[in-house]
Every structure is written in C-alpha cells, then in structure tokens.
Design a protein around this ligand. Structure first.
Ligand code: B12
Ligand code: SF4
Length: 486
C-alpha cells in the first residue's frame, strides 16, 4: 500500500442474490485507481453487515460509497450507513439508481452525506479529490448532491455521459471472482456476467432507463469486449458469459461481432421486434444459449399504453423462430398489475403465457408484479391512482417484486401481490415439468388453465408443489438452479 488514502465501495445483497459482480463499483474503482486512489470493494450479505463496520472505519477511508438500487437490502444499506456515521466522521456516499432517482429524499436522511446521480466514474474522483485536498466547495461537482453547513440540500446539475466508455475497465482483480462463477448452460460450467453497453434507446413507461440514461445507449467497442473476455478466460478459465446489458442488440453488427469473437456460449436479453430468420439463425450460429425476451403483457392495449415497441405478434414470431433451435433456452418476462390494467387484460397476459407453451414446449417465464419505480412515467400515474411512496428511504426495501411485500395500492383490485407470486411459482414449476417431460405437466397444464380462468390460485396447492419441487427455504436457489441448468 502506498501512502494514499483509500476509498471504500460497498454493495449489499440479500444472501441469495450475491452471485452477480458489483459491476458499477468495479468501474468506479478503475477510475479512482487511475487517479491514484487506493480502492477496496466489499460485497456483503445483508445479514453480515456488522462484521465489516469496524474494519472499514479502521481504514479511515476518504469516503464509503454504497451502490443502491430501489428495493432489496435498503434497510441494510441504511443500517450500515448509520453505524458508520455513529462511530466515525467518515463521509457516506450513496450512488446508483435509487439515489439518482430520489436524491432529495436520500439527502434528507441523517446517515447519507452525499449522493451521486448517473454514471459515477468521474464524479467519484472529483469528490474524493475535494474531500482529500479541497476546501469543501461541492457546488462545482456535476452529478453530486450534498448538504451545506446549515443542512440545506443541494443537487448539482447532471453530469454529461462519458464520451467513450472504453476508457474504463471493470476491476475484476478487486473482487473474489471465483465467488461469482456459476454453471449457466449445459455446455458452460464457468460463467461470468459481463456488461457491454449502458442504457437503452426505448421509452417503456415503467422503466428507469428514460430518466437515468436519457434514452442514450452507449457501448463498449466489440474489440474491447472481446479482449476483456479473452482476459477473463485466461485468468479465471471461464467458458461462457452472461451478458447483463439492458439492450444488447441495439447495434446488431457489434453484438454479433462480439459473439463471434468470444466464441463461447452466452446468454442475453433482446427484443422480439428484432427477430427474423437471419437474426434467430445468427443467435444459434454464434452460440447464444439463452435469450430473455421482455414481452411484458399479452394485451395489445397494455403493450401500447406502456409504449412497448414489440407487440404480441412479434412475441409469437420470436418464440416460433427460436423454437427451431433446441439449443436456445427462451425466457419470456411478463408483468402483472399495471395501474391501468383491467382483469380481462391481466387474464389475456396469463392466457398468452399459457399459449406460448404450445409453441415452445420448454419456454420459461419470469412473472413479476408491476412496481412504480421512481422516475418512470407510470410512477406519476400510480400516485394519481392512490400509490403512496415510502417517506423514509429505508422503507423502499418493501418495494420488491419477488418477495411481494408491497401491496398493490395503485387502483388494481382484481389481483394481489400474493396471487402474482403464486402464479409465478406455478409457471416456474410448469416449465420445469415440461422441460423434463413429466407426465404431471399435462395435469398441471390443465390446472393452470382452469385456475387462470377464475384467478383462484390455491395457496396450499402451490405450497405443496414447491415442497415437492424445491427446498422451500432456499427458494431462490431453486429458481436459479432450475433456470440455469438444463
Ligand atoms: C445485473 C442486475 C441485477 C443482478 C445483480 C445486482 C448486483 N448485485 O449488482 C440481480 C439479478 C441480483 C439484480 C437484482 C435486482 N435488481 Co437489478 N439489475 C441488474 C442490471 C441488469 C445490471 C447492473 C449492472 O451491472 N450495470 C452496469 C453498471 C456499469 O452500471 P450501474 O450499476 O448503473 O453503475 C453505474 C452508476 O449507477 C454509478 N454507481 C453505481 N453504484 C455507485 C456507487 C457509488 C458510490 C457511486 C459514486 C456511483 C455508483 O456508477 C456506475 C458506473 O457508471 C441492471 C440494469 C442495468 N443495466 O444497469 C438492473 C437494475 C439495476 N436492477 C433493478 C432492480 C429493481 C433490481 C431488484 C431490486 C429487483 C427486485 N427484487 O425487485 C433486485 C435487487 C437487487 C439488489 N438490491 O441487490 C433496477 C433498478 C431500478 C431502480 N430504480 O433502482 C435495474 C436498473 C433494472 C431496471 N431496468 O429496472 N439485478
Ligand atoms: S426495452 Fe427494456 S431496458 Fe429498454 S426502456 Fe424498455 S424495459 Fe427499459
């Protein structure tokens, strides 16, 4: 260690959610290191935060930076920040989507000193410099929010996007990479997530992208990604990648050049409207083994209302084209509970999902409850319809589509969050049964159709299914294994 002081960066996850590298922090670490700061990244399970507070304080870092999404683990972020503030004078900084979208509410908390909006590479360096050598004038740092001496809250203008994201490279060496390697495909045993682009040009009314990335898609060059993957192959013996971009195929040529160049199985998300014979056949040719399609709804009216660019015909077409390739796993992502959704439209979605089983027998689903994320267009509509956003930052923790702790209070009375989670479980079990050709799947298929028709999803029956098909306590692991092994 040189005599420079350190910046500590922290990601907290639910213990079962910790398989994805803290990518945002790895990029910021790269920028700080290039500017001659020492950096240490902690990726902590939410039930272990107390083990690390004293260790972090002893290092007397310039600041402790937390990477916070809206939702899971927010109470742990708040607790850890409080403990640091209680035991030291070390500045606490929150960055990532939640503080970017709720800067003033975050700064209203006594345990947050600074927030960073948008991309953090440059802002983190300027903040570290100012805290280390400056006179405490934070007003010139774009993308920063802070409190003045009298407690007044200031949120500076947004920082323009980085012109060339190839200038930064995630610091893999600062994390224990082995911890994040997962078996993902039948022919991929050591897979790592990678990020090749940022943002999305689309305008979906429920998504944070429009406000966070201003619909500006920025991408690493194909050469950059290929050489990064080569390095990961060399250093960590990976044999497949999970591309975690929001919209990987905005530039199809770049996307396929990367897949060709890395020459290993991959998983990615894409849009149904991109599909034609050539697109599907290229996915197969370049070893894409898993495709996530953001289908969202089976109702044309809902798809138009949320400004989804793909319609149900595109979705059917994509699944049909992909059904030609047994090697490619297809997952359709759906949402129920939009503030303008009627029961009939919700049923259209469920029936649409059931009908896709008829096109690709082994299709998988993620079925999530709509959540009015701050900054999205549907947030304002949900508030008009009765949604009461949490007034304390930490209470956004309940805002989690998988645990269903959030009630649906934006004018939807035809379905509850519990019913949605039961439906999700049945669809998941249904997919497994069909993939494994269990005779039971025909019975389940009939059950699902009948239950969807009257929306009476029997909790006891679903619990028995889960008991039969999983370890109930390790529910998420069940999900992970079921979807990631063949
Ligand atoms: C991979 C992923 C996951 C993974 C891994 C999460 C993890 N441990 O990192 C899994 C599957 C576990 C996951 C889960 C969830 N996710 Co997620 N996830 C993503 C995804 C697809 C990629 C994240 C990523 O690697 N980005 C690439 C890096 C480079 O960008 P970045 O993270 O934005 O970081 C930059 C800035 O934000 C900033 N920054 C980030 N952290 C910090 C910290 C400091 C101190 C500073 C200064 C700056 C800073 O600088 C970074 C570099 O420029 C994003 C969408 C996306 N493309 O970002 C959604 C996304 C972040 N997830 C989202 C959500 C909601 C969730 C869940 C809460 C869902 C739920 N349960 O309801 C859960 C809970 C996550 C949790 N608390 O850990 C939302 C967040 C929206 C919001 N308003 O907060 C996103 C944006 C998806 C979306 N389109 O809605 N997720
Ligand atoms: S296509 Fe996906 S990432 Fe892009 S705006 Fe829509 S939901 Fe968000």
């Amino acid at each position: 260690m040189n005599n420079l002081r350190t910046v500590i960066l922290v990601k907290i996850n639910h213990p079962d959610f910790s398989f994805h590298p803290p990518m945002g922090l790895m990029y910021i670490a790269n920028s700080l290191k290039k500017n001659k700061f020492n950096v240490k990244i902690y990726h902590i399970a939410s039930n272990k935060i107390e083990n690390y507070v004293d260790e972090i304080i002893q290092m007397n870092p310039i600041f402790v930076g937390f990477s916070v999404f809206t939702g899971e683990a927010m109470r742990s972020y708040a607790s850890m920040s409080r403990l640091i503030k209680k035991k030291s004078k070390i500045p606490v900084v929150w960055g990532n989507a939640h503080p970017s979208l709720m800067p003033r509410q975050c700064l209203g908390e006594d345990y947050i000193d600074y927030i960073v909006t948008g991309e953090g590479e440059i802002t983190a360096v300027e903040l570290a410099r100012e805290l280390e050598h400056g006179h405490g004038d934070m007003s010139h740092i774009l993308g920063l929010g802070y409190k003045d001496l009298s407690g007044g809250i200031h949120v500076n203008d947004l920082r323009p996007f980085i012109t060339n994201i190839d200038d930064y490279k995630p610091e893999w060496d600062l994390i224990d990479v082995e911890k994040y390697i997962t078996p993902y495909f039948y022919d991929g045993k050591r897979s790592l997530p990678i990020s090749t682009s940022r943002g999305c040009p689309n305008n979906c009314a429920f998504c944070y992208n429009k406000i966070f990335h201003d619909r500006k898609w920025r991408a690493h060059s194909a050469g950059y990604v290929i050489s990064m993957v080569e390095e990961l192959k060399r250093k960590y013996s990976i044999d497949s990648v999970i591309i975690s971009d929001d919209n990987y195929f905005v530039n199809k040529k770049r996307a396929f050049d990367i897949l060709e160049g890395i020459d290993m199985p991959s998983s990615c998300s894409t849009k149904s409207s991109y599909f034609d014979d050539e697109f599907a056949s290229n996915l197969n040719k370049y070893k894409c083994r898993s495709v996530l399609l953001g289908m969202e709804s089976g109702s044309e009216h809902i798809l138009k209302s949320i400004r989804k660019e793909s319609d149900t015909k595109d979705n059917i077409n994509a699944v049909k084209l992909l059904s030609k390739y047994q090697n490619i796993n297809v997952t359709g992502s759906f949402i129920l509970g939009f503030p303008m959704e009627t029961k009939e439209e919700g049923l259209e979605t469920l029936n649409f999902m059931i009908s896709l089983f008829g096109i690709k027998k082994q299709i998988r689903y993620t079925l999530g409850m709509f959540l009015p994320y701050p900054g999205s267009d549907l947030f304002a509509i949900s508030v008009e319809k009765g949604f009461k956003p949490p007034v304390r930052t930490e209470d956004w923790e309940d805002f989690d589509r998988w645990t269903s702790k959030t009630g649906i209070d934006w004018g939807i009375n035809w379905i509850s969050s519990i019913q949605i989670s039961r439906l999700r479980n049945i669809f998941m079990i249904m997919s497994i049964c069909r993939r494994r050709n269990f005779i039971f799947s025909n019975f389940l298929y009939g059950y699902l159709k009948a239950k969807v028709a009257c929306l009476k999803i029997d909790g006891i029956f679903v619990s028995i299914l889960i008991l039969l098909f999983s370890k109930p306590v390790k529910y998420y692991m069940f999900f992970k294994n079921a979807f990631m092994s063949r």
